[in-house]
Ligand binder design. Sequence first.
Ligand code: SF4
Length: 378
Amino acid sequence: MLPDIKSLTREELQTRFKNWNEPVYRVTQLLDWLYARRAMAWDAMTNLPKQLREKLRENFSLQTLELVRKQGAHDTTQKFLWRLRDHSLVESVLIPANPALYSDASDRHTLCISTQVGCAYGCKFCASGLDGWKRNLTPDEIVEQVLAVERWNEEKVRSENVERRTEGGSHLAPPTSHFVNNIVVMGMGEPLANYDNLMKALKILNAPWGGGIGARKITISTSGLAPQIRRLAKEPMQFRLAISLHSATDEMRNKIMPVNRKYPLKELIHACEEYQYEKGRMITLEYILIAGANDSIDQAGPLASLAHKLFAKVNLIPYNKVDGLKWERPSEEVCEKFLTALEKQKVTATLRREKGGDIDAACGQLRLKTERELAKTV
Ligand code: SF4
């Protein structure tokens, strides 16, 4: 199979073009087609000579993602289910503006992206790991999730403008060059288990010639792979780090997150401290509140201590039910009490109050549902 063109950095393309005796400015033109105009076919790149387009076609693929399903309304969380070239399915989730969550008030559109097909880490409450791990996503498949949502938005704006024009309206929305301006790497898969492909994809999404999304607007979440957190600390780019913690005690974490047996809290905390020492950046602790498991006030104490130790803020996320799993979402009252307990201990914490249950909001749930429906039809 040919490598995809969107898995190459500008430097790699420059080397290739040099070997082909093509002038360097052709690389700039190509990048403009790929990331500014988000071209889906070689023949669309009309300012590249035909023989160069042929050479590119012979050496690289130009894959796009096929939208299989989309759920969610205009101003709420929207979930996209994509089909990859080998017919695997992955999800991306567009999260409406919520400054409290991952960044500052100017952020408007956050996209949560996947890094693997399935997941090997088997967290007990998670839909993504239910059918195990299938494969890592390639850099272009990670990058394409952002580009595909940009294309979808462009199409939406275009059709809304047509509707307004038909109705005699004059306020046409301008096309936005970068609709997605915030990324959280928190979808299907353990991002740091696909480290090299992820770093390459984020380099492309971050570059001014690529996605143009600032490193500080990119949050990488991990279930706790301590060695990779240490490696991330040495990267030159200033990504944000979030830990999918879900309990601040080894006893509970061992029960719901098998990764904790390999990297217990002590080791995870050391790695986080190293990350902070190198980066000087605040870490976020993600905490899914699961009824009867980690939502008791006893669990808030250790969480508060850990948040203080790491100078971290806490995001509380009420559990979204997964078909086939026993876990339940706590009541709103329990979630509010947990938040209050943290706030009383002077922890900076937020509670996600949006309702996502109606769109199979648990990560991996839409893919699982679709795969099971497809299996029934075969
Ligand atoms: S929560 Fe994350 S690490 Fe755990 S099984 Fe799900 S996708 Fe994998």
